[in-house]
Design a protein around this ligand. Structure first.
Ligand code: AMP
Ligand code: GLY
Length: 421
């Protein structure tokens, strides 16, 4: 098979490296990919949002399968465009990707179908938001832009002044553009967070191993929210009892709810959960694999990923047994100093071999460039260094010892991945 993967980050690199293990795959392309990905796949310079370009390229090259990994092309109807042209694609159609692309949609879906989530209200008028928040007078309060905002459209306001600033930033200054036309105001929940990615063909749902993301930029969960600074898998808080409650009260009801709405979801459905004192609740849905969750989940997948993808597309997932290695995984993200705000690019990376790898770990490239046999930084998140082990401590020790051998100017990484809730 010839497979095209859309996207350019560490998640896409992890998908590509897993696809490479399949005896069914002859050739992998990435659009647009990155420096590290270019050592494992042929990168083609087509923008991830360019539906026409992707369809045209897929036809010309005789691509058998397109894997649409990022949120924006999914929300913009990339899968619809490919299917319309008779090309097989993995990922939800736009009418189902809305489960991530609109928080107003997902909150209303959960309310309508009794899926546990934080209590909330929706507003399109900034003055009404503050009226509501002041009447409730309960802080912290969570304020979320409705649309996609690179994981940054969520503000936890400690007091009235911070709430006012948040509403102004999102609704008046339009920091996230049209994503902030509507806001969701949510009750603040507490408890450990768990990410569960699941394959679903719209009929059955098969959860992958659980994971835990570390979203804040600095140690001790300080600093701004990022796309994710590191992950471990499985998540120690996700016990078999919790998993069973999630299956019954969240996972299966969500698949059924989307069907009832005429928005059947096929692809990878990502549940961002919080294990609150009242039980597990949904913090957010994503319509895709997580980044950097994928970097700890796919390395322990035993079953051929191509077989799973085809079972999802052909709606026969219930017949497939998905197997996992009995190992723990840890991923430490090496970022450019200053990420997620302002950072430099073009720093020379030392410590990697010509394939962008290092002994004892798997290096997933998130933001790198490859020129004349040398890797350079080319983004905020640069590398995701993953290692496996019999215990989580072993996996972490291996990941960190690889990280210490890799260097570039102003490199920043957290030193407490897997050690903090
Ligand atoms: P989201 O983009 O919706 O996943 O939110 C980003 C982060 O904000 C989450 O990972 C949580 O840490 C935090 N968060 C979101 N909603 C809530 C909530 N209702 N209560 C407490 N924390 C929240
Ligand atoms: N790691 C969080 C996300 O992919 O949205």
């Amino acid at each position: 098979m010839k497979i095209l993967v859309i996207g350019s980050g560490g998640r896409e690199h992890a998908i590509i490296r897993k696809l490479k293990e399949s005896p069914r795959v002859d050739k992998i392309y990435a659009a647009p990919g990155n420096g590290g990905i270019s050592r494992d796949a042929e990168c083609v310079s087509i923008d991830a949002m360019d539906k026409e370009g992707i369809v045209e390229f897929s036809k010309k090259e005789g691509i058998d399968l397109v894997f649409v990994a990022p949120d924006d092309p999914l929300a913009a109807g990339m899968v619809d465009a490919l299917e319309g042209a008779g090309i097989r694609a993995f990922g939800p159609r736009a009418n189902a990707a809305i489960i991530e692309a609109s928080k107003v949609f997902s909150k209303n879906l959960m309310r309508k179908y009794n899926i546990p989530t934080a209590d909330y209200a929706v507003f399109d008028d900034p003055s009404k938001v503050m009226e509501y928040i002041e009447k409730k007078d309960k802080y912290p309060v969570v304020i979320k832009a409705d649309g996609l905002a690179l994981g940054k459209g969520v503000i936890i306001a400690k007091d009235n002044a911070e709430a006012k600033d948040a509403v102004k930033e999102i609704m008046q200054d339009k920091k996230f553009g049209d994503s902030g036309n509507n806001v969701v105001v949510e009750e603040f929940l507490t408890g450990p967070e768990v990410s569960v990615l699941a394959f679903t063909d719209g009929i059955s749902l098969k959860p992958m191993v659980s994971s835990k993301d570390h979203k804040r930029a600095f140690d001790n969960n300080l600093g701004p929210n990022t796309g994710g600074m590191g992950t471990v898998s499985p998540n120690p808080y996700y016990t078999p009892e919790i998993a069973e409650i999630c299956r019954k009260t969240i996972f299966e009801p969500t698949v059924a709810a989307m069907n009832s709405e005429g928005r059947t979801f096929k692809g990878c459905l990502y549940f961002g959960l919080m294990i609150t004192p009242d039980g597990p609740k949904v913090i957010e849905y994503n319509a895709r694999f997580g980044d950097p969750e994928t970097q700890v989940v796919l390395p322990v997948l035993k079953t051929d990923l191509v077989d799973i993808i085809e079972a999802v597309i052909d709606e026969r997932l219930s017949h497939l047994d998905i197997e996992w290695k009995n190992e723990k995984a840890a991923c430490v993200v090496m970022a450019s100093g200053g990420y997620p705000v302002a950072y430099k690019k073009g720093m020379k990376i030392s410590g990697l071999d010509d394939d962008g790898q290092i002994d004892g770990a798997i290096v997933y490239h998130a933001g790198t460039k490859y020129e004349n046999g040398q890797f350079y930084t080319n983004g905020g998140r640069v590398l995701g260094v993953t290692a496996l082990g019999e215990t989580l401590d072993e996996a972490l020790e291996r990941a960190y010892s690889a990280v210490e051998k890799i260097s570039f100017n102003e490199a920043h990484y957290r030193t407490d991945i897997g050690k903090i809730v």
